[in-house]
Ligand binder design. Structure first.
Ligand code: ADP
Ligand code: MG
Length: 559
């Protein structure tokens, strides 16, 4: 043909391909899971688009994935009759990585294969996993609704870019042919492929078909190899942990096991099923604005959409993955209907409570696991009190902080813990916010607290300043910055302390006047301080002032 074009991969794709091929080898069988997962997603997308446009089915509405192999040629073929791709879509989806933050992410790679293979998990492996076992991949696709002549063939050896070609394709959807590497040809085997499919793709609600074999002979008849029923519709007691984990990898596009999950069938005024997962590792784009995957919304087991617009989870729980399946919404539900819908609101609120409950349980029964969770997602959860007023108290109990109890950088002190340790007469929760843990624990503001044995929370995450603006009190105790305003520690002081302080104040009166004159308008006030024990002086803010390091940040940003 004449229309064949050779294209280069984006630099990031080259890096990722290289990494994938070299570091995921010991998990090579996942290539099939990734391809089947993509086929299943493509069928979901077709089903949703076809709600308003039946003709997209082109008289073939039995959505499925087919797997074929040729052991002589050493090829494996994975085919779906899903939505397919246009030429432009092939170029953007397969030739580039559009996720924001990708460059920084890849620049952190170490070259150490073990370490890097963990990082790739945060990224998601996807289509490129094909190249773990294949030295050439041919993808032929045609978008549903497009003419047969608008097929596109993409081909690559992962070394020298890829070629694109317009071809005829009678059926819609995508077909991927893996030309196996010389030493992977044994994968083109019916028994092995069936095993891999059952292991990794059993739970996918779509049939994965292979040709039947009888007495070693391949018949001209398809059979479904996986269970092909939606995992979340099965009773909890009949689903194994392995099955939950495999399904997690499909819905989350994650490569590692989930940390925990909550599976609920809700009956009553509203009927729905939720299956909510907590990932073990934060994705690399957790703090990117357009961080994508979230919950998948189903209506009566039919996929409706991925949660991008509806915020089925609030921002502070944006790491939660899984499925919501409603029995109360109409199957032909549109985006407009979903906006502000009562059924959705109800599922959403109940799911937030389920996630909080899951975390509370973990704290009670598996505290070490919770600590792991906190390390990955604590910074996000700290957005909670400012975002979710109705669950504020409960979220506050989930928070963990560093404190002067042990000065450790690990955040492990909860507010209830803190309150339980409060001194006789102490009525405030004291904290300090700075831009680093080291600065926090060495702050002169802490001297008097250390002397009196009063614990202070050491806050140095960026989000902390926002947190304390929204979490002004906890269980009736107000949160008080040790760097702001007049510290009233009088309830904690002895008569002797007070007398000594009065004496010092009287003696220093002249000196205070002197300093005031010298500094003039640069300061609001000069006071004798009882905060300090060894440092000669410190700067104190008014209660309503922004923390000092925040002021510096704003100045740097040109405010
Ligand atoms: P992910 O599935 O996490 O998005 P992949 O690398 O697996 O990442 O796939 C990249 C993109 O390529 C998908 O998001 C999708 O848009 C497109 N794609 C891959 N396989 C198919 C397919 N079988 N049918 C249609 N689109 C596909
Ligand atoms: Mg995928």
């Amino acid at each position: 043909t004449t229309n064949k074009e050779n294209m280069q991969f984006q630099t990031e794709v080259n890096q990722l391909l290289h990494l994938m091929i070299h570091s995921l080898y010991s998990n090579k069988e996942i290539f099939l899971r990734e391809l089947i997962s993509n086929g299943s997603d493509a069928c979901d997308k077709l089903r949703f688009e076809a709600i308003g446009n039946d003709s997209l089915y082109e008289n073939d509405s039995e959505l499925r994935v087919e797997v074929e192999f040729d052991s002589k040629e050493g090829t494996i073929t994975v085919r779906d009759n899903g939505i397919g791709m246009s030429r432009d879509e092939v170029v953007t989806n397969i030739g580039t990585i559009a996720k924001s933050g990708t460059k920084e992410f890849l620049s952190k790679l170490t070259g150490d294969e073990k370490k890097d293979s963990h990082m790739i998990g945060q990224f998601g492996v996807g289509f490129y996993a094909s190249f773990i076992v294949a030295d050439k991949v041919t993808l032929t696709t045609r978008r549903a609704g497009a003419a047969a002549s608008e097929g596109v063939r993409w081909e690559s050896d992962a070394q020298s870019g890829y070629s694109l070609e317009q071809v005829d394709k009678a059926t819609r959807g995508t077909e991927i042919v893996l030309h196996l590497k010389e030493d992977e040809k044994l994968l083109a085997d019916g028994w092995r492929l069936r095993n891999i499919i059952r292991q990794y793709s059993d739970h996918i609600p779509l049939p994965v078909n292979m040709y039947k074999t009888e007495a070693g002979e391949t018949k001209d008849e398809w059979e479904t190899v996986n269970k092909a029923n939606a995992l979340w519709t099965r009773p909890k007691s009949e689903v194994t942990a392995e099955e939950y984990q495999e399904f997690y990898k499909h819905v989350s596009h994650d490569w590692e096991d989930a940390l925990a999950w909550s599976h609920n069938r809700v009956e009553g005024k509203y009927e729905y099923t939720s299956l909510l997962y907590l990932p073990a590792k934060a994705p690399f784009d957790l703090f990117e604005r357009d961080n994508t995957h979230g919950l998948k919304l189903y209506v009566q087991r039919v996929f409706i959409m991925e949660d991008k617009e509806f915020k089925l989870m609030p921002r502070y729980l944006r790491f939660v993955r899984g499925v919501l399946d409603s029995n109360d919404l109409p199957l032909n539900v549109s985006r407009e209907i979903l906006q502000g819908n009562k059924v959705i609101e109800n599922m959403k609120n109940a799911s937030v409570k389920k996630v909080i409950g899951l975390l509370e349980n973990m704290i009670a029964n598996e505290p070490d696991k919770y600590q792991k969770f906190w390390k990955e997602f604590g910074k996000v959860l700290k957005e909670g009190p400012g975002e979710d007023f109705s669950n504020r108290e409960q979220i506050a109990k989930l928070l963990r902080f560093s404190s002067t109890l042990d000065d450790s950088a690990e955040q492990s002190v909860s507010l209830p813990d803190y309150i339980a340790r409060m001194k006789e007469g102490q009525d405030k929760i004291y904290y300090i916010t700075t831009d680093s843990h080291t600065a926090a624990k060495n702050s002169p503001h802490l001297e008097v607290f250390r002397k009196k044995g009063i614990e202070v929370l050491l806050l140095s995450d960026r989000v902390d300043e926002w947190l304390v603006q929204h979490l002004m009190e906890f269980e009736g105790k107000s949160l008080q910055s040790v760097a702001k305003g007049q510290l009233d520690l009088s309830a904690l002081e002895t008569e002797e302390d007070k007398k000594a302080q009065e004496k010092v104040e009287a003696e220093a009166k002249n000196m205070v006047e002197h300093i005031k004159t010298a500094l003039g308008e640069k300061v609001g006030e000069v006071r004798v301080s009882h905060r300090l024990t060894t440092s000669p002086s410190c700067i104190v803010l008014n209660d309503q002032d922004m923390a000092l390091y925040m002021q510096q940040l704003m100045k740097q940003a040109g405010h």
